[in-house]
Design a protein around this ligand. Sequence first.
Ligand SMILES: Nc1ncnc2c1ncn2[C@@H]1O[C@H](COP(=O)(O)OP(=O)(O)OP(=O)(O)O)[C@@H](O)[C@H]1O
Ligand SMILES: [Mg+2]
Length: 408
Amino acid sequence: MSKDNTLVGIDIGTTKVAVTVGRVDEGLINIIGFSRVPNAGMRKGIITDTEDTISALTSALEEAERISGMPIQSANISIGGSHIMSTLSKGVVAVSRADGEISASDVNRVMEAAQTVALPPNREIIHVVPKYFIIDGQEGISDPIGMSGIRLEVEAVVVSGASSAIKNLVKSLQQVNIAIEGMVFAPIAAAHVLTNKKQKDLGLAVVDIGGGTTSLAVFENGDLLHCAVLPVGSINITNDLAIGLRTSLEVAEKIKLNYGSAIPENVAENETIDLADFDPQDTQKVERKYVAEIIHARLMEIFAMIREELRKIGKDGMLPAGIIFTGGGSNLEDLVTLAKEELRLPAQIGMPLFEMAGLVDKIDPAIYSTSTGLILHSLENQNTQTSRGLDPGNILDKAKGFFKQFLP
Ligand SMILES: Nc1ncnc2c1ncn2[C@@H]1O[C@H](COP(=O)(O)OP(=O)(O)OP(=O)(O)O)[C@@H](O)[C@H]1O
Ligand SMILES: [Mg+2]
């Protein structure tokens, strides 16, 4: 956070760069600026063209600076892409004090021990989040500070990504003179805005259907349990429509946005779409039901992949607070109904649960949940750490203490 209490989140996604600027006024987060600019420099959440990404970043930052009237010098940034993985790791230390009372420094040491997990040389840690602590063999402890014991262990979730993808992201931000305060897996950031503690305690998944990818973060007992990125997103639906309807990608995208639906049975038999409305050269008329069939097939594939991820961690059909959808791709008509049937879980489109003021009504929660969640990330989740010394640092640590009273 800067001297004037400004927080900035930059979400670099496959289809767009989104920026949210917030200012903390009298304990309330005021959204004072936002911007969204198309990004042509990424495929499936990974930078493939640095020039294009830098150009999108430059425009998005300029626009956000113009609206907020604030220069942007540092920010929390999102990371995504199918190279992101979560694994479990254990750390073990001896409690340092002679009287056996566990201190914050013991907890820091055991978290560090969990980070020395054997990762392949081309991967880097993005987050290490404790699942639970173990004191002298007793499992399931959430806050060990002040308890007594000899041996302190932690079972932690380690989120890692490919070094090359992370490096390219860091380089692009350097090129636009932005100091990175923290790097956050996109759906973890979105979860700060879209979920509350009770839901995270009960168990839920945030599923972000983006353009190039579908990312998920599963929470239980208040903390992260699992992360995954599926290499399929809403662009795949557009591509399927272009092939199925033998039309251009531009027309296919417009049909998806204007007429797309997830459940063919809910579409009237005789409803037709005149493609000439989108492209005068295209004289076809297509049935809206057929459009829904194409979309349905791809969504069924995505939901099967989500179920498989949940099955891996024993949570298939087993998350009491259900699925919170976000990301542009979640805006399709009937998507939530289909998800409830296929995933056999409660499901809803995520809406901001975190009280904010200012321009908050002007921003589409599905598109801005990640960039807005990024401005909250520094204030929450003291146990979540970033790699390579990108930790928010002292100023934010102080801010965290100050803002804790306002967090849900
Ligand atoms: N109303 C809508 N109905 C259907 N799809 C939509 C709608 N609005 C946006 N989309 C789709 O959402 C996608 C963009 O979503 P989002 O901005 O969340 O992706 P991203 O963050 O750029 O990508 P990723 O997270 O995969 O890197 C586009 O493919 C777009 O077509
Ligand atoms: Mg995204």
